[in-house]
Design a protein around this ligand. Structure first.
Ligand code: PDD
Length: 287
């Protein structure tokens, strides 16, 4: 089946999909994005993702490229045209195409919008979750506005590549206080020796993950002991469990941090049950 992408008002063959070389996303990383999970032809937590997209856009003073309802339609239509059953849908909005100049272009320059969707293997992801992943720490070196989901991901790319080259699947950023902030494309969690689930507050230093928010709803519903506070690398190394969350990984157990084995080296019971329960707390919208 040939893939299709939505680019500025048109559905085009994925292999030919392109934006202009002077798109500000290309030249300045002047744009934002969202990634949503697709489960059984349903978009998971679309309202929360669109809410965050709206916030990212307004923080950068970029207009919505289309009315929000129309964006919802395009997401669903791109999923439908690509016959995605389980996978991911990606939306990117940039400040548009204009002659290269750091200043914002004039108000008549329309934002660019691109949507893609693809199937992913649930079986492979579940198999990975049964084994857990290794993470590799990396000094926090990103700008302070990581709350905005911008396409400026070079530090994340470098941290994740370093993780890969050192046997990991994800990077964990460590700030100058020795605390874990988050992963290269995930939020970070631990379960302490006393069985308390801990994740860092989202007020600053991390992206306010949608998966994180859903897990917090679950934690409350299930009565799991929980503290929202910073945790150090040292504490993480001593943890009973660790895991990461993102729309692309859901709840993914972490069994190794750098060279240290976490817990007994197998996915922990809290991570595993949160992964199993995850979709019982999500908002599913049929495509
Ligand atoms: N990443 N932190 C960072 C830095 C992220 O890039 C992401 C998402 C998250 C988790 O957010 P959410 O639960 O809303 O997916 C946390 C996406 C999946 C990506 O870049 O592919």
């Amino acid at each position: 089946m040939s893939r299709v992408a939505y680019v500025n008002g048109q559905y085009v063959p994925h292999k030919d999909a392109a934006v202009h070389i002077e798109d500000r996303g290309y030249q300045f990383a002047d744009g934002v994005y969202e990634v949503c999970e697709v489960l059984n032809r349903q978009i998971v937590d679309m309202p929360r993702h669109l809410e965050r997209l709206g916030r990212s856009l307004s923080e950068l003073r970029i207009e919505w490229p289309l009315a929000r309802k129309a964006v919802e339609y395009v997401l669903k239509e791109t999923i439908r045209r690509n016959k995605v059953t389980n996978g991911l849908v990606y939306i990117q909005v940039t400040r548009g195409v204009a002659r290269r100049d750091h200043f914002f272009p004039s108000a008549d320059v329309a934002p660019s919008i691109v949507v893609t969707a693809r199937n992913t293997s649930r079986a492979a992801a579940d198999l990975q979750a049964e084994k857990g992943i290794a993470v590799v720490t990396y000094p926090e070196n990103r700008w302070p506005r990581v709350d905005i989901k911008t396409v400026a991901l070079l530090p994340n790319v470098l941290a994740k590549q370093n993780a890969k080259e050192n046997g990991g699947k994800e990077a964990w950023y460590v700030d100058t206080d020795g605390n874990i902030t988050e992963g290269g494309s995930t939020n970070a969690w631990i379960v302490t020796r006393d069985g308390v689930l801990v994740t860092r507050p989202a007020e600053s230093g991390i992206l306010r993950g949608i998966t994180r928010a859903v897990v917090l709803d679950l934690v409350e519903r299930e009565g799991i002991k929980f503290e929202e506070r910073a945790f150090s690398l040292e504490e993480a190394l001593e943890a009973r469990e660790a895991f990461v969350t993102a729309a692309s990984t859901l709840v993914m157990p972490v069994v190794k941090i750098d060279t240290a084995i976490i817990g007994n080296g197998h996915p922990g019971s809290i991570a595993t049950s949160l992964r199993q329960l995850f979709h019982t707390a999500t908002d599913l919208q049929v495509v």
